[in-house]
Write a protein that binds this ligand. Structure first.
Ligand code: PEP
Ligand code: MG
Length: 840
């Protein structure tokens, strides 16, 4: 029956293509003349969104109906609507469901036209009401047929928990559901034990699939329908809504931060395109800058695969093995890189485990195809879906899929994707297009610029190039292939041009231009080169976390005042035998040299747990994170520990190296290491005791920091592990990733305890875990007594700028307030609110 009086019309009259196109189902629409929605049939209420602009009801025969009051009314956020029922309520035909303010909604909505549609498959509608005036309670249509539950191809919940929740949300993300928000939603969806379907534009997908979400083609302003079935359906939908809010916050942060090179890329790119003059090719500047250098071409070799497999079981095992090799490798690269690299590799990891991709590959393997053929066909299928979309940002994600495809195909062939490609000095790389892993494989110091015949301005490779400050021109066209290898060329990414046969004078002018630009950016960096202090003059050391000599060079360029954490285990991770002492010494010395006399805090090998070493097979443990790792492993292998300590203590000049002990639990561990150090001090005839620090990574160490400080010279908080062990949440757990937040007040209490102990002993407390680079965390850490922050090199200039604007007394007040809160979210809210009030 009609839920209210008004004018009955066909769905075609509804000014919304989703309803008019019957993408949600068939039915009729009514333009209402009163503001009370009555139940159109007997049934159970399945969903009323918080905005109360719609209601779903299930009939006793299992058909589901949606009444959507007006068009674009979700944007009112509940203004003018009042729900009279809750999900789960049983209603009789004619019961009141929603009241709404007809005038208010009519003024604010795009249209009042209200579709009443049957969303279940298998429904046959008959006895249609003809268009015209209709009164509440008059028959609209009859439903016949057998109801089929939508989404039946997805994993179904147990029959006894057949509950459904659904909610529509208008996507306010500037770029729609592109890779990052898609990955975020998929991660959340994987964390709930309920199947969730997302729908838009008439397409639906399993919410656990990043590829599927992107293929929905949801853009800013589009409506996304979230549906969940089974027990916990409401919570599942709420998870996705929370994911959207989170994506929105991240999106706002990106689009409002002018310093973020990556976020600037899409906006800038089209402006740098212009017509070419003679001797010039035109392109689009995807990463700003200007360079002169030698044309250097890289060609991508197509990886061959055979079509027929040797048995489904064998091929499936091979594919799983290749995927897990690639996963390990990508995780390592991710952990060693800056924020952009981490995001991008994070998206690649999501692709690697994407359920849609993997299901499609498994299906082909089951049909007799080889693992390589199946993986390629599955990725190409997803790429085709993305490329068909009318949205360049999503189309460009195809490059990321190609990248993951190549990683896996090479791993299947027993090869690793090369991480280091040779380049001449001042190379200007020419290629048809470039994958993110190919770019990160290049030697940054030799790479002057990139020019691509294809490529996308918002592709991940462009984001990476911008983060690495490499000028990049894309879309130059096929004529780029005519530029001979080795020719001196000029790329002006600011103006979108490539000069392919410049005169000698033009080259000389260009070189002067490059020098002038370098001088300008050096001046900008010089602010970061100064020692850091807060606004009130308190000295705060800003150090870098390093894993190699190349990192050290970049760190110093970015203003690192020293190395706060040398993760020595990364120097020797890829080898089958333990590094001899002299080899270790050479590696440490080269990093110390690159640091030019700045302090270098060398952490003893932190092996075990999530960092296995090939040459140190550890016994299988049921819970490695709580087993033999850090100093426990070192003490169990005294020869290895001694060789490392000797190498570290032989670095010259003596005094630049300070030692750091990982995963300390109590004083006895420090005393044991101290014993070896003392004997080596005598053996090496050193003039003084080397400085020794302990990492605070366990609650035990934080709470006994005062005792530890009797034997060590400084403390360094490893917030990554401290958070994991305080919150009892695996730091590598995807679904818990958002909750493993070091700003949880419990973790802050640990930092506070450490800070108090440091102050009482007059010794330095540092933070070298990821939270040190989090702008929200910085004032709190300083307020809790931390006086050294060690972060990824690229974060240093911004961190120094941030610290120079803070007063320690304000930080102390803030920190005390944070300690009284009950969740990381409350802490973040408080800091952001205060920053907002201060006009930060
Ligand atoms: C930490 O745990 O915060 C830390 C710096 O050590 P790692 O991340 O190497 O375990
Ligand atoms: Mg750690």
């Amino acid at each position: 029956m009609a839920p209210f009086a008004g004018w009955c019309a066909a769905l075609d009259e509804v000014p919304d293509e989703v309803f008019a196109g019957r993408l949600l189902g068939d039915g009729l629409a009514i333009d209402p003349t009163d503001g009370v929605v009555l139940a159109p049939c007997d049934g159970e209420i399945i969903n009323v969104p918080a905005s109360a602009h719609a209601v779903s009801i299930r009939t006793p025969h299992g058909f589901e109906l949606l009444i959507h009051v007006g068009i674009d009314t979700v944007r009112l956020g509940g203004r003018g609507f009042d729900a009279r029922v809750k999900p789960g309520a049983r209603v009789k035909m004619g019961d009141e469901l929603i009241r709404f303010d007809l005038d208010l909604v009519a003024r604010a909505a795009k249209s009042l036209m209200t579709p009443i549609v049957v969303t279940s498959e298998g429904a046959v509608l008959k006895n249609w009401r003809a268009p015209g005036a209709i009164r509440a309670g008059e028959v609209l249509f009859l439903i016949d047929g057998a109801a089929v539950r939508p989404g039946s191809s997805l994993p179904q919940p147990a029959a006894q928990s057949a509950m459904r929740a659904q909610q529509a949300a208008v996507i306010a993300l500037a770029h729609g559901l592109h890779a990052r928000p898609a990955a975020l939603l998929a991660r959340r969806a994987k964390g709930v034990g309920t199947s969730i379907t997302l729908g838009a534009h008439g397409r639906t997908t399993d919410a656990r699939s990043v590829v599927g979400i992107m293929a929905l083609g949801v853009r800013c302003g589009d409506e996304l329908l979230i549906q969940a079935d089974g027990e916990g359906a409401q919570q599942a939908v709420a998870q996705i809504m929370a994911g959207l809010e989170e994506a929105q916050r991240i999106d706002l942060a990106h689009t409002s931060a002018p310093a973020n090179a990556a976020a600037n890329v899409p906006a800038k790119a089209p402006m740098t395109e212009r017509a070419a003059r003679s001797g010039e090719m035109a392109g689009i500047g995807a990463s700003p800058g200007f360079a002169v250098g030698r044309a250097t071409r890289i060609e991508r070799r197509e990886i061959e695969v055979t079509e027929t497999g040797s048995g489904a079981l064998h091929e499936k095992t091979e594919l799983d093995r290749a995927r897990s090799n690639v996963r390990l490798r990508l995780e390592r690269v991710r952990n060693a890189g800056g924020a952009e690299r981490q995001d991008i590799i994070g998206a690649h990891l999501e692709f690697l485990d994407d359920p849609t991709l993997n299901e499609s590959a498994d299906e082909l393997i089951a049909r007799g195809k080889s693992a390589g053929f199946a993986w390629r066909a599955a990725t190409r299928r997803s790429i085709a879906a993305l490329e068909a979309l009318d949205d360049s940002r999503l189309r460009e994600r195809a490059d990321d899929l190609l990248d993951v495809e190549a990683h896996v195909l090479l791993a299947l062939a027993g090869e690793a994707r090369p991480m280091h490609l040779p380049l001449p000095e001042h190379a200007i790389l020419l290629a048809d297009d470039l994958l993110p892993s190919e770019l990160t494989a290049l030697d940054r110091r030799r790479l002057a610029a990139i020019a691509l015949s294809g490529g996308g301005a918002t592709s991940h490779v462009a984001i990476l190039a911008a983060a690495m400050e490499i000028p990049m021109l894309i879309g130059v066209g096929q004529s780029l292939r005519g530029v001979p290898d080795g020719r001196t060329i000029i790329v002006d990414a600011d103006n979108g041009t490539l000069q392919y046969e410049p005169t000698t004078e033009a080259v000389a002018r260009a070189k002067l231009n490059v020098e002038a630009r370098l001088a300008r950016s050096a001046a900008l960096r010089s602010a970061a080169a100064r020692d850091c202090q807060s606004l009130d003059g308190t000295r705060i050391e800003v150090f870098a976390n390093l894993g190699s000599a190349a990192d050290a060079i970049a760190a110093v360029e970015n203003g690192a005042e020293g190395c706060g954490l040398l993760r020595t285990e990364f120097l020797f991770i890829d080898r089958a035998t333990a590094p001899p002492e002299d080899e270790q010494l050479a590696a440490y010395q080269s990093i110390a040299n690159a640091l030019g006399g700045r302090p270098m805090i060398l952490r003893m090998m932190d092996v075990g747990g999530d960092k296995p070493l090939q040459y140190l097979p550890l016994p299988a443990e049921s819970n490695p994170a709580l087993g033999m790792r850090g100093v426990r492993t070192a003490l169990a292998h005294p020869a290895l520990m001694r060789a490392q300590l000797r190498a570290a203590m032989r670095v010259r000049p003596f005094g630049v190296v300070r030692l750091l002990i990982p995963m300390v639990t109590d004083l006895s561990e420090i005393l044991a290491v101290r014993g070896v150090i003392d004997s080596l001090t005598a053996e090496l005839k050193l003039e003084a005791r080397i400085l020794l620090g302990a990492m605070i990574e366990t609650p035990a160490a934080a709470l006994t920091a005062a005792a530890l400080l009797r034997e060590v010279d400084f403390l360094s908080i490893g917030s990554n592990d401290l958070t994991q062990y305080t919150l009892a949440m695996d730091r590598g757990h995807t679904e818990l990733a958002r909750r493993t937040d070091a700003l949880h007040p419990a973790v802050l209490q640990m930092v506070a305890a450490t800070g108090r102990a440091g102050k009482a002993a007059g010794k330095l407390v540092a933070v070298c875990g990821g939270v040190a680079a989090d702008p929200t965390a910085v004032p709190i850490l300083l307020g809790l007594g931390v006086r050294e922050l060690s972060v990824v090199p690229t974060a240093i200039p911004a961190l120094k700028r941030k610290i120079s604007a803070l007063r320690i007394a304000d930080c102390e007040d803030l920190a005390q307030r944070c300690l009284t809160l009950s969740s990381a979210a409350e802490v973040r809210d408080l800091v952001e609110r205060l920053a907002g009030n201060a006009g930060d």
